[in-house]
Design a protein around this ligand. Structure first.
Ligand SMILES: O=C(O)CCC(=O)C(=O)O
Ligand SMILES: [Fe+2]
Length: 308
């Protein structure tokens, strides 16, 4: 078993926003991961989402495949996604369901299980989507402050006027597989977007590697903290900040136990240009990445993960 990592804890309800933003800055520079507490999403709603998720994933494969992934929305079966094809040839041992924006951005292409089969599904998922999106927006204003920017910076540059949020339900079935090759629940990856808000059912498995360029890689466990979101930054935040803020490598180990989690990826409006912030570069440290349209970047990364 790996060592557990003691991640910083950020209190979203703290009235002292300047001190919270300073703590976030420290956490984003050192870890790219932190716990978020007092975020206001009720425990009961989280339980309801997990219950509905369990119900969906326990349907027959045939039933689930009726909602198979289209335009990044819907069901994706075990092994369909491979987050790191350099370590695993088979794909990841997880099944997922994706729900895209509820408004604009082709919201009509979202897919929903039938009311006969799962009567409360859509209502509960929509309620959770709205609440986690609103937490993500509050958090991004603190992240802007952590970068010494106005708190509405990400709205002003068109990243969050129409955010591109994806709710991803995950189910790791728990069997280990008999092959010699390790089949990861989720193989090593960094997230693509801006911020990820993760909730797990407390079953362990999530690990992070703080130094992605160092070999051999050192992996540390991220423990579950009841009632907290696990927050991590994605690659677009790394691009904006010229690697000042980290998009940290993480993975989910197979531990022989069934596991459920849900990740909310708060990504910028696809039309938003992501380019190095002025405050994060100068003559001696020029931008490490060229400007890129958020939608193009996401499309490229997602296709790579589903290509094998
Ligand atoms: O299930 C987890 O704990 C992590 C999932 C994850 O990293 C992802 O979906 O990007
Ligand atoms: Fe991830």
């Amino acid at each position: 078993m790996a060592e557990s990592l003691e991640l910083p804890v950020i209190d979203l309800s703290s009235p002292d926003r300047i001190s919270t933003a300073n703590s976030i800055r420290q956490a984003c520079i050192e870890y790219g991961f932190f716990y978020l507490i007092n975020h206001g999403v009720e425990e009961q709603l989280l339980q309801n989402v997990f219950d509905q998720s369990r119900k969906f994933f326990s349907l027959s494969l045939e039933e689930k495949m009726k909602l198979s992934l289209k335009e990044y929305r819907g069901f994706s079966p075990i092994y369909a996604e491979n987050l790191d094809s350099s370590t695993s040839s088979k794909g990841d041992l997880k099944e997922t369901f994706h729900i895209g924006p509820l408004e604009g951005h082709e919201s009509h292409v979202n897919q929903w299980p039938s009311k006969e089969m799962l009567p409360s599904w859509r209502l509960i998922m929509e309620e959770y989507y709205q609440k986690v999106l609103s937490v993500g927006k509050r958090l991004s204003s603190l992240i802007a402050m952590a970068l010494n920017l106005e708190d509405d910076f990400f709205e002003k540059i068109g990243a969050l006027d129409k955010p591109f949020g994806f709710l991803r339900l995950l189910h790791y079935p728990g069997e280990m597989g008999a092959s010699d090759e390790v089949i990861y629940g989720a193989s090593a990856h960094s997230d693509y977007g801006m911020i990820t808000l993760l909730e797990t059912d407390a079953v362990p498995g999530l690990q992070v590697c703080r130094e992605k360029l160092k070999q051999p890689r050192i992996w540390e466990d991220v423990d579950h903290v009841k009632g907290a979101f696990i927050i991590n930054l994605g690659d677009m935040m790394e691009r904006w900040t010229n690697c000042l803020f980290r998009s940290t490598l993480h993975r989910v180990m197979p531990i022989g136990k069934e596991r459920y989690s849900m990740a909310f990826f708060l990504d910028p409006n696809p039309d938003c240009m992501v380019e190095c912030l002025k405050s994060c570069c100068n003559d001696s440290s020029p931008p490490l990445f060229p400007p890129i349209r958020s939608g193009d970047y996401l499309r490229e990364r997602i296709s790579a993960a589903y290509s094998s």
